[in-house]
Ligand binder design. Sequence first.
Ligand SMILES: [Zn+2]
Length: 190
Amino acid sequence: MLDAEFECRKCGKVVSYKQYELDRFCPHCGTFLRPRRQPKYWVFQFNPAIYGWFDWIKENKKTEQWLTSQHARYIREGDKVAIWASGNKAGVYAIGEIVANPRKRPLNPEQEKYWTNKADVYKFLEKNSVIIKYLKVIIDRPLLEDNCSRDPILSAMEILKQSQGTNFPLTKEQWNRILELIDEKHQINE
Ligand SMILES: [Zn+2]
């Protein structure tokens, strides 16, 4: 609860929990404050054998549509996502942010050719999907599964315990650790 924030419905100003404890009303306009939703963190997984994500991203695509087959009720705009490739070089290859809430939308036609099996394209008509905006792409220096398994914080990641699916929860601590490790790698490689 320490990092909880409260948002004013009327003027949109955000105040800290500390301020909220002093006064339940907005210091700017006096309206009753309500808790602001904290962003959630996720791992989204693709299988390079069935989706040509690497080709897609090499064409410098800034946004991408992703299925939310799991947890769609909890995934929201503003949440952060680590993109995970399965296979023999499994790991994190990009990070991004959800910019459109889950809903049923046909697959963006530009993405269709990257699916090996066209039947997968129709999943987008049956299931909810979101739009991700990429914040950082690290295909040349991924955070590999081995490093995650050895890390005291990341070894508890859901995807390492049970790898079936597209969408996996991540704790805030795990997300921060991913950012930290990506940054360290960045410094070493430069
Ligand atoms: Zn206000």
